[in-house]
Design a protein around this ligand. Structure first.
Ligand code: ZN
Ligand code: ZN
Length: 406
């Protein structure tokens, strides 16, 4: 600590500004929590760390050095509040390593061989935690912070216990987008989320696809998916959307995040771009990825389709938005019609005629059909000849379909 800058020097002023910008300062008797990096990524109770003239040291030591003065050789800085990330100078005191260890053990805390903080909860504390959790209104995260243990410990203690559903207006009102925006606005939460996210990605060269190795929406052509908890409510977000959000900060409502590389599991932000929903569908169709015919779900797993009496409409007829409750009625402006429709705005993105992978005919054959019909062939005959229905022939000859072929 020889290089600690003197009070009043430029270096000292810079250090103070840099240091306190990372501390959430509250009232004089509150804990002032370090917002920067932590010693351990899991425990919300781990010490803050910061770099000081090229060395990494703990944040509370720097807080003490900046406000109180030099630390005597061989002494450590202890927390009277027993809250490792706290940097409030009023909660810090000088002790010996022995004091610190005795203090921690008396409070049920010690470090294990790997240097990780271990907290032993007393029987009373465990009962407190489970009682308060079951009573509701407090999250596992908050309990972990309060008792200085990892959230996983709280989860183990409360596993199988249910909290009453809270009439929590905050949680009820958040859409996925709002919840994520709020979550990402907190530096700590963002760091935790980013770490969780990237731990499930095989990152490679910047130009290559970075594949998601976490859970997926479905086995074939599925997207990566991540569950995120916010104000006690669980949200599920698609991995590539989250990647885009982390990289660019915002996804406008009603926009899709599309893959330039056509690899659904890829989360490389360089391969992602914004598109409308219809563009995304058209893109998938033009690439032949829509499962049609024998690959379609209703063919491969007919039992999974809730039909007849199991259909949603039969079971919950009241849920169907019909008539005056239908979207087209309540929000006519949202329905994209006429010149605002996708096929007018982006005609090139619609796979038409023979470019449509599902097409049975080519442009040449359509011209042939029209010529033969004009020469007197019947629709039924032409249908048999070209392997399509007589109705298709009818639509072709009276100009309802394949209109772009002259
Ligand atoms: Zn404190
Ligand atoms: Zn890619």
């Amino acid at each position: 600590m020889t290089a600690f800058p003197d009070p009043g020097s430029d270096a000292r002023v810079g250090l103070e500004r840099r240091f306190w910008s990372k501390v959430k300062r509250g009232s004089p008797d509150e804990c002032w929590i370090w917002q920067g990096a932590r010693m351990s990524t899991e425990a919300s109770s781990s010490h803050g760390i910061c770099s000081l003239s090229g060395h990494v040291t703990t944040a509370h030591r720097v807080a003490y050095l900046l406000t109180t003065g030099p630390i005597p050789k061989g002494k450590v800085i202890c927390h009277s509040c027993d809250n490792p990330p706290c940097c409030n100078p009023a909660h810090l005191f000088v002790g010996t390593r022995g004091d610190n260890v005795r203090d921690m053990i008396s409070k049920g805390r010690r470090y294990d061989a790997t240097g990780k903080l271990k907290v032993t909860l007393s029987r009373e504390q465990v009962r407190d935690i489970t009682d308060r959790y079951v009573a509701g209104g407090i999250s596992q995260h908050d309990l972990a912070r309060e008792y200085g243990v990892g959230r996983l410990t709280i989860w183990r203690l409360t596993r199988g216990m249910r909290q009453p559903r809270q009439p929590n207006e905050d949680a009820a009102e958040h859409t996925l987008n709002e919840a994520l925006a709020l979550l990402l606005s907190s530096l700590n939460e963002r760091t935790v989320l980013e770490q969780r996210f990237w731990s499930k990605v095989e990152r490679g060269e910047p130009t290559k696809c970075w594949l998601w190795i976490g859970s997926v929406t479905r086995k074939k052509y599925g997207y990566g998916r991540l569950h995120v908890t916010f104000t006690g409510k669980q949200y599920s977000i698609l991995a590539h959307r989250l990647s885009f959000l982390l990289a660019r900060g915002h996804i406008p409502d009603d926009m899709c995040v599309c893959h330039a590389c056509d690899t659904p599991l890829c989360v490389n932000p360089m391969h992602l771009f914004l598109g409308t929903h219809s563009e995304n569908v058209a893109d998938r169709q033009s690439k032949g990825r829509t499962a049609s015919g024998e690959r379609n779900g209703s063919y491969t797993h007919p039992e999974r389709r809730p039909r007849g009496d199991r259909s949603g409409l039969r079971l919950h007829p009241e849920r169907a938005a019909r008539g005056e409750r239908s979207g087209a009625y309540t929000h006519p402006e949202r329905v994209l019609r006429g010149d605002r429709s996708g096929s007018r705005l982006h005609p090139e993105s619609r796979p038409r005629g023979e470019h449509n992978p599902a097409a049975k005919l080519t442009n040449e054959q359509v011209r042939d059909i029209r010529t033969r019909y004009a020469a007197g062939a019947s629709k039924a005959e032409l249908g048999r000849l070209f392997g399509v229905s007589h109705r298709s022939i009818r639509d072709i000859v009276n100009g309802k379909k394949w209109t772009h072929v002259q």
